[in-house]
Design a protein around this ligand. Structure first.
Ligand code: AMP
Ligand code: MG
Length: 325
């Protein structure tokens, strides 16, 4: 948890229309007050983020949602009670006061209540919900430590609240709601820290008819095919064995115009997906900085379901190519 003094300073900066970096349990965010157009513009400017990629609004208390959304369906109420504060984001019709910069001009807005005590204290001290995307340049690997943010924005005079290593290590799960033939349709726009299985189990207890499904890829604006990219090529290798064969190594070097026998490093994933998720972005950074020429990750067929879905979603977007070994 950051010091009170630092939280007060960050809140003053936000009130004055500046941006600050804040820890959350998913990844570090680059925050601006939703009441400050200057702050919102600065997020897009320093992240080099295109305006078509909407921001998530972070709230600290239950009542604040009414300043952000204009509808609050029963399914949202039920899921929020189960998973907030936590890594679950709802896309809902926006409140009329929400600045179109936040929503990329859409009629819907994304909202979440983070669990990290520093993020919550900052929202409360600012007196306003905060819009915050991940605190990295657009398309790059997300930050899970304060130092990742400092290095990513070394040229900016960016105030960074240090809240330690992000506990989840991956972005939130984003869902939206529809009604179809009397059933609530819950669509997963982006897999993340709350798994499909957890949502399913929770909705079963709700007692109302529902359908839970993964949305078609790219249903979510900004969640493009290439994202989270490290500084060297990342390859996914679908195989059961744990070693990279020489002929595949040669092929990678050929495909990426690398000298034969340059160094490739393995991005090794823990068997426990919770631990793998927490370490993922840090490992991608370490490998990028290791002097190796490429990075590879072996995908085993058993690594499916649960948190693996979010892990492979991020790795697929970060990867330059997938090979079958
Ligand atoms: P991040 O950059 O991790 O904060 O992610 C924000 C993501 O949330 C965006 O890139 C979108 O994929 C999703 N999102 C935010 N607002 C909306 C919205 N109104 N409709 C659909 N997806 C949204
Ligand atoms: Mg991001």
């Amino acid at each position: 948890m950051a010091l009170d003094h630092d939280i007060e300073k960050a809140a003053s900066l936000l009130q004055a229309g500046d941006v600050v970096a804040m820890p959350t349990e998913t990844v570090y965010g680059l925050a601006a007050s939703i009441a400050s157009e200057a702050g919102l513009r600065k997020i897009f400017a320093i992240k080099e983020r295109p305006f078509f990629d909407p921001l998530i609004v972070h709230i600290a208390t239950w009542v604040e949602k009414d300043r952000v959304v204009s509808q609050w369906p029963a399914a949202a109420e039920y899921l929020a009670k189960a998973f907030w504060p936590g890594p679950l984001t709802f896309v809902l019709p926006k409140h009329r006061s929400i600045n179109p910069l936040i929503t990329s001009g859409l009629e819907t807005v994304a909202v979440r209540m983070p669990a990290h005590p520093t993020a919550r204290a900052l929202i409360e001290a600012t007196g306003s919900p905060l819009a915050a995307p991940s605190a990295n340049k657009f398309g790059k690997t997300s930050p899970t430590k304060a130092d990742h943010v400092r290095r990513g924005f070394a040229d900016e005079n960016l105030f960074v609240l240090d809240g330690g290593s992000a506990e989840v290590g991956l972005e939130s799960t984003v869902i939206r709601f529809n009604l179809h033939e009397g059933k609530t349709v819950v669509e997963i726009l982006r897999p993340g820290g709350v798994t499909q299985e957890q949502l399913e189990e929770c909705l079963q207890k709700w007692g109302e008819p529902f359908v839970l499904a993964r949305a078609e890829s790219n249903a979510s604006p900004g969640h493009g095919e290439h994202h989270y990219m490290p500084n060297i090529p990342l390859l996914i290798i679908d195989q059961e064995s744990s070693t990279l064969k020489q002929n595949l190594r040669d092929r990678i070097c050929e495909d990426f115009l690398l000298e034969k026998n340059v160094r490739g490093v393995e991005l090794w994933l823990d068997q426990n997906p919770k631990i793998a998720a927490r370490a993922l972005y840090q490992k991608m950074r370490e490998a990028s900085d290791s002097g190796a020429s490429f990075l590879y990750v072996i995908r085993k067929s058993a690594q499916i379901g649960g948190l693996w879905e979010a892990i492979w979603d991020r790795l697929s977007r970060a990867a330059s190519r997938t090979y079958s070994g």
